[in-house]
Design a protein around this ligand. Structure first.
Ligand SMILES: NC(=O)c1ccc[n+]([C@@H]2O[C@H](COP(=O)([O-])OP(=O)(O)OC[C@H]3O[C@@H](n4cnc5c(N)ncnc54)[C@H](OP(=O)(O)O)[C@@H]3O)[C@@H](O)[C@H]2O)c1
Length: 313
């Protein structure tokens, strides 16, 4: 008996993630989608069902909290034994240096530590799917700004916010390459996707200071961003997730309508980047006190619904 494929898309309630979810809904996927805002999440559920999804569940999650991402993993594991697709799309770009309640940089927590937690935690489900894929959404910033994962981008005199974002995206690109190698024997394909510019809440919130560019260039960048729809930018993510030609290889970077090339990273640096992410997660877990058993959560956990539990084939 064939089942509709099950996909988890993080940050799928607006922007590029919503466009990716819409394209997968039209292909009949069962969708699990995350975001922080519950009203947007409920609206996304209705939109995606109308777009053709077999089932949709919004799982409110703040990926800037490792504990919340851990809870999400548990929730999904108790809902299904199989996951066909994971699209790690959610990202943040703080305009000033900040720390999460766990003492971590939010951009690194969402794009690096959260993603590592998801892939590691959901691996048994991905391995159980016949042709599972993982797509990590990165950005051209990852290659444009050579910020090493040990660098402090906030020390830069110019463009510190975009450098901090670029560091997270570069690290995520290394993760994609490292996971591609690590998961190859398990039959799980891992790609990175780099959407071009799109007019979304992330770009709307940008400032000239964040990019560190002179005024004339800033206005050109804004003009380009304003004309680009998230649906168009989402194309390379959907291609990495669904193109049959990309099921036969792993470790590719998709960009635009047609560009596909191996993820541009050194295998040793990529493996070290994954090790560093796992080490940081372990250190954070050890140093973050566990909440008291009766502490009430501020996030209402939703139970995945609509899709029957799918056992491993
Ligand atoms: N837009 C561009 O020009 C561009 C270019 C290259 C790459 N990208 C990449 O494309 C991806 C999507 O970007 P976008 O521009 O579509 O962003 P966006 O418009 O800001 O949308 C982000 C989505 O993620 C959710 N989200 C944000 N922070 C979250 C958190 N801490 N926990 C859970 N969900 C969170 C948002 O919902 P809530 O606010 O409700 O949480 C929303 O659904 C990102 O990885 C970005 O780096 C974007």
């Amino acid at each position: 008996m064939s089942h509709p494929p099950i996909a988890l898309i993080t940050g799928a309630t607006s922007g590029i993630g919503a466009a990716v979810a819409g394209a997968l809904a039209a292909r009949g996927y069962c969708l699990l989608v995350t975001g922080r805002d519950c009203a947007r999440g409920r609206a996304a559920e209705q939109d995606l069902l109308r777009a053709g999804a077999t089932a949709v569940t919004f799982l409110p999650t703040d990926h800037a909290s490792l504990e919340a991402t851990d809870q999400l993993v548990e929730q999904i594991r108790s809902h299904t034994d199989v996951l066909d697709l994971l699209v790690a799309n959610a990202a943040v770009m703080p305009l000033a240096p900040t720390r999460t309640s766990e003492g971590l940089e939010p951009e690194i927590t969402v794009d690096v530590l959260g993603v590592t937690t998801l892939v590691d935690g959901l691996l048994p489900l991905l391995s159980a799917a016949p042709r599972a894929r993982v797509v990590l959404v990165t950005s051209d910033a990852a290659t444009r700004f050579p910020v090493g994962i040990a660098d402090d981008p906030w020390l830069a005199r110019r463009a510190a916010p975009v450098r901090a974002y670029a560091k997270a995206k570069r690290w995520k690109m290394h993760l994609a390459a490292a996971f591609a190698e690590e998961l190859r024997p398990k039959g799980v394909v891992v790609h990175a996707a780099s959407p071009g510019p799109a007019w979304t809440s992330m770009t709307r919130a940008l400032t000239r200071h964040a990019l560190g560019v002179p005024a004339p260039l800033w206005w050109i960048i804004r003009a380009v961003q304003r004309t680009q729809r998230p649906e168009r930018a989402a194309g390379c993510v959907v291609r990495a997730a669904t193109d049959p030609a990309l099921a036969r290889c792993t470790g590719q970077l998709t960009r635009g309508k047609h560009q596909t090339r191996p993820i541009p990273t050194d295998p040793t640096i990529a493996a070290d980047a994954l090790t560093a992410a796992r080490r940081l997660i372990t250190t954070s877990r050890e140093s973050t006190p566990k909440p008291a058993a009766d502490a009430s959560s501020t996030v209402t956990r939703a139970t995945p619904h609509g899709a029957p539990r799918r056992p491993a084939d």
